[in-house]
Design a protein around this ligand. Structure first.
Ligand SMILES: [Zn+2]
Length: 70
């Protein structure tokens, strides 16, 4: 029974050598690809959250008060 690789490259699903230099990735390229994708998603989410928070500085007034004034 031969030893199977303990790691599978998250980027390309290839078996990663036990003593691979880029664990858990199979190569430097796959490591950079995965890191880049993660950073893109991370920045996109962070920008959306910041924009949404800045777009609503104060809560809306209750519509019931406007109807009573009229
Ligand atoms: Zn890979």
């Amino acid at each position: 029974m031969s030893e199977s690789s303990p790691w599978i490259c998250p980027a390309c699903r290839a078996a990663v050598p036990r003593d691979g230099a880029w664990r858990p990735f199979c190569s430097e390229r796959c490591k950079m690809v995965d890191l880049g994708a993660w950073l893109l998603g991370h920045y996109r989410v962070a920008a959306l959250e910041a924009d949404e928070d800045d777009a609503t500085p104060e809560p809306e007034p209750p519509p019931d008060d406007d109807d009573a004034d009229r």
